[in-house]
Design a protein around this ligand. Structure first.
Ligand code: UTP
Length: 627
């Protein structure tokens, strides 16, 4: 019996031209359990120096289900990486060898300032681009990368379900969807289209976020978007690596499972490519794909003008950027030119930019220019890609993005790691493989308008050195009020300036809590039309505009005003409105009696008194109370 089985194992191996002596005996013993596909995978693992994975395998008949699960995992890791697991291991060896010798990936490259468009909010140029962008929006698809763990934020929910602001209780996902829907409607209106095209919306999730993202969408009726418009693509994790030979790491709690970690947001390109969606979009006549991240409550204020820049300048790649002080901890958009003729416009991390400039003969490194800012704009990782050239490029690369590895070595010999590592990739590295002729540019926006991500937990944010951004739930929310106040000021409203307050150990500017639905204020020119004569808002005020056709006319607000109206109801709001209003009441993030989503920002809203009006019938209405 036994000898017959050994014979058949030997037969299997000889059929595959494998010398049984080259295979780990524990794998040979278990060959009878494996399908031909699994044997092929086993062969690949052995050839790629991964025999250690089978070292602790038991005899057949014991833990067989776990062995099958092991191969199921290997098959998944193999199919979800461009070129398969063998490529992953090969790439890992090369990158680990480079990391060991400290090779600089930018050796031989000279940095220079690329060309792009610098916009100033509200001027004629900005308004022109906004209009062009809104017209173009019906030819766009939006892609949200939302597979990240959010370890720095430490929030128990998924990041897209976190409130962007507590005044209306709108979460990031709702804000994003309502912004896309407002663009969809606004684009149709502006081009006088006869029917509204649905703008596709893709969300890249991961095992850490997928189910909860779907739950948030389903329990909120997709926030008004058609479910068919939304597509979730789940990224897979990649195998962890134990040493410089790229030996795959086993899970410390399960000897039949390879340890895995997230591969980074660069996966979005291969996922989009393999999903087939890009071609569907191309056939449907779309031209643009916009990529954005999970917690930037300001982003959509910058989208219309940036898309307008892409369309007008015909950029194949347009990176959204903000002014950046020299040496500020954000990547700089840089042109890198190699002596061999290669040239790319790419994000260079701030700690690499300064030495690169010094090495290229700029003794001051990354220094401010006459504008008071670094000439290298700060990358905020929101990209607009032209669909046609994007598909062409991905057809060549399969969507693979240049990866990096960041092992934490035990000591200077760089021979062993403190813990397992893995390859990672970033979506903004997409232009690295483009030819020098590719039209790659950037659009610089005012930072207050475009960028306020929520990444850090209260404790870490409170320790951020003075002058640097907190990037916390508190600062993200306050940035929305500030941006809305500044926009209204530019439109001619007298908005009282902010007071300084401290929440969760972070000193922030508190402006009036002004919020509006994206459809109220899609562009600056629209907002200007909706604000008439002499309006004023005091610092302690709250103003919430939930509806498209709300016009502020000679309004003096000192308190809380909430207007809800359906499309088709036009409301003029004016006169003097005064009441006790809504107060920000400080709470400590350690006080578990308050919900986490409020604790994380350090305040709750005490709704003392407000004027709230709802218009649920079409028609023209005037709200003009007199104090
Ligand atoms: P972050 O830099 O915020 O990283 O990602 P993170 O992993 O979410 O958070 P930390 O580092 O653990 O604190 C930027 C964007 O990329 C997405 C995030 O969801 C966020 O929108 N992301 C990140 C992915 O989609 N996949 C990943 O593997 C990593």
């Amino acid at each position: 019996m036994v000898s017959a089985k050994v014979d058949s194992e030997a037969d299997i191996l000889s059929n595959l031209n494998i010398n049984a002596g080259d295979w780990p005996s524990n794998l040979v013993k278990n060959l009878c359990l494996l399908s031909p596909d699994q044997i092929e995978l086993g062969k690949m693992l052995v050839e790629m120096g991964q025999s250690h994975l089978f070292q602790q395998w038991t005899d057949p008949g014991v833990e067989d289900n776990k062995k099958k699960a092991f191969f199921a995992q290997v098959a998944k890791l193999n199919s979800s990486y461009p070129g398969g697991l063998a490529s992953y291991i090969k790439n890992a060896r090369e990158l680990l060898a480079d990391s060991k010798v400290g090779r600089n990936p930018y050796d031989g490259f000279t940095p220079s300032v690329p060309t792009g468009e610098v916009l100033s909010f509200g001027d004629d140029n900005f308004i022109k681009y906004e209009e062009a962008g809104v017209k173009e929006a019906q030819n766009a698809a939006f892609v949200l990368v939302a597979g990240g763990l959010g370890e720095r934020l430490g929030y128990n929910g998924i990041k897209v379900a976190l409130l962007a602001e507590a005044t209306t209780g709108t979460c990031f996902l709702q804000l994003y969807i309502e912004s896309i829907l407002a663009l969809q409607e606004g684009s149709c209106r502006l081009t006088q289209g006869t029917f509204q095209k649905d703008i596709p919306f893709v969300i890249m999730t991961s095992d850490d976020t997928h189910t909860r993202t779907l739950e948030v969408l389903e329990s909120n009726s997709y926030f008004g978007m058609k479910p068919t418009q939304v597509k979730l693509l789940k990224q897979e994790k990649v195998a962890c690596l134990d040493d410089n030979d790229a030996r795959l790491a086993l899970d410390p709690h399960n000897k039949y499972q390879i340890q895995t970690k997230p591969h980074g947001h660069g996966d979005v390109h291969s996922l989009l490519y393999s999903s087939g969606l890009l071609k569907v979009w191309l056939y449907a006549g779309l031209r643009w794909v916009l990529f954005f991240q999970d917690t930037n409550g300001l982003l959509f204020k910058a989208i219309p003008a940036s898309l307008g820049v892409s369309a007008t300048k015909q950029y194949q790649v347009n990176s959204l950027a903000v002014q950046r002080k020299a040496k500020e901890a954000m990547g700089g958009i840089t042109r890198l030119t190699h002596s061999d003729g290669r040239s790319v416009v790419i994000n260079v991390e701030y700690n690499q930019l300064d030495p690169l400039l010094r090495a290229a003969g700029h003794p001051d490194g990354d220094a401010n220019c006459e504008t008071g800012y670094s000439p290298f704009p700060g990358n905020i990782n929101q990209l607009i890609l032209e669909l046609g050239p994007y598909i062409e490029e991905l057809t060549k690369t399969g969507g693979a993005i240049k990866e990096f590895v960041n092992p934490k070595y035990k000591d200077a010999s760089k021979t062993s790691f403190k813990s397992s590592t893995r390859l990672e990739c970033m979506m903004q590295d997409y232009p690295k493989t483009l030819p020098p002729t590719a039209r790659v540019g950037f659009t610089v926006m005012d930072k207050w308008l475009a960028y306020a991500p929520v990444k850090n937990n209260p404790e870490d944010a409170s320790k951020v050195p003075k002058g640097n951004p907190y990037h916390s739930a508190t600062s993200g929310e306050m940035a929305i009020y500030r941006a809305n106040s500044l926009i209204l000021i530019k439109a001619g409203v007298q908005v009282e300036g902010p007071v300084q307050q401290v929440f969760n150990g972070q000193e922030v500017e508190v402006w009036p809590r002004i919020t509006w639905k994206p459809k109220w204020g899609l562009t600056f020119s629209e907002i200007k039309i909706k604000v008439r004569q002499s309006c004023s808002v005091s610092q302690r005020s709250t103003m919430v505009l939930k509806g498209r056709d709300i016009f502020l006319e000679d309004l003096s607000l000192d308190g809380a005003l909430i207007i809800n109206c359906i499309d088709g109801a036009e409301v003029k709001v004016g006169g003097s409105i005064q009441n006790k209003g809504w107060l920000l009441e400080r709470i400590n993030y350690k006080d578990t009696s308050s919900p986490e989503e409020l604790r994380i920002r350090g305040f709750k809203i005490n709704k003392l008194e407000q004027l709230e009006q709802t218009y649920s019938e079409p028609g023209k209405f005037i709200l003009k109370p007199q104090c």
